[in-house]
Write a protein that binds this ligand. Structure first.
Ligand SMILES: [Zn+2]
Ligand SMILES: [Zn+2]
Length: 295
């Protein structure tokens, strides 16, 4: 498999000199299978350049998987150029909100309502097939198997695991490890601890043995102290999870929009130093726009 990173930021695109090295676009990842299957994970602003590239290749079939519909994961979708090609078919997968009942089709259609965008989704030239996903699904795309898992976030967020014959890529989307809201002398504390442990086991199991793990690592430990419940992980929580899951290569992503290139490198270096263990370790890196990984 081949993986290319097109967007790495959380929350908001931040182009400019301070972010030029790691990139200012929001989340978008391209995965290509051995038989040229084209999978796109999330439609943040990075999907704009990816779309132009794909049209140039003459692509006919694309599979877009949306983790959730927070802006930073869909805000480039309206300008995804293959939408405007009449010889392209796009399968679009995403979760249905369990509370409102809104599907991925409903939400992406709303995003292109005439109040927000000049062309409406029902009028684009490409053939679109919408598919709702939920945790535990298994979707076969030629030689690839895509599995789904619900990662803990402030909205329903489906992470994806793409397995080819002998390689695997896991993308969490946005994810915060569950916390116990009860004080330790509360009678509900211990049953909540058990449920959190079980949830962690399942989450680690989904990531197990990934050749490439792309994981939400938005915050430093210090920042996280005042951001509990905002739905994101830290570099340290990602390092320990990746080790527990025995992942091989790990990309930290969902960089905070306020972070400059220099600051990113500084917090990365500090987190790696703080968590150093002896012996053979995994390969950790900051996700960077334009980065290509062959597996
Ligand atoms: Zn996000
Ligand atoms: Zn989110």
């Amino acid at each position: 498999m081949y993986c290319k990173i097109w967007g790495v930021r959380g929350s908001l695109p931040v182009p400019g000199a301070r972010t030029v090295k790691y990139g200012g676009n929001t989340t978008c990842i391209e995965i290509t299978g051995y038989n040229d299957e084209c999978i796109v994970l999330d439609a943040g602003t990075g999907i704009f350049s990816l779309g132009r590239h794909l049209v140039h290749t003459g692509i006919k079939k694309i599979h877009v998987f949306i983790t959730h519909t927070h802006w930073d994961h869909i805000q480039g979708f309206t300008m995804f150029q293959p939408l405007f090609s009449d010889d392209v078919e796009i399968d679009i997968y995403g979760p249905k909100d369990p509370n409102s009942g809104l599907t991925i089709e409903d939400l992406l259609t709303s995003q292109m309502d005439r109040h927000f965008f000049p062309v409406q989704l029902q009028n684009v030239a490409a053939r679109l097939n919408f598919k709702d996903v939920t945790g535990g699904d298994r979707i076969k795309i030629n030689s690839l198997i895509v599995r789904t898992f619900e990662f803990n976030h402030t909205a329903i967020n489906i992470g994806y695991r793409i397995d080819s014959e002998n390689r695997s890529i896991v993308f969490t989307g946005d994810h915060e490890w569950k916390l116990n809201p009860h004080p330790s002398d509360d009678p509900r504390f211990s049953s909540m601890e058990e449920s959190i442990k079980a949830s962690r086991r399942e989450t680690i199991n989904f990531m197990k043995g990934a050749d490439l793990l792309i994981i939400d690592s938005a915050y430093t430990e210090e920042e996280y102290l005042t951001r509990h419940g905002w739905g994101h992980g830290t570099l340290d929580s990602s390092i320990s999870a990746a080790r527990e899951a025995c992942a091989k290569q790990v990309l930290f992503t969902h960089h905070d929009p306020s972070r400059t290139d220099d600051e990113l490198e500084k917090i990365f270096k500090e987190a790696i130093e703080r968590n150093t263990i002896n012996g053979k370790d995994l390969e950790f890196a900051l996700a960077k726009e334009g980065m290509e990984i062959k597996l």
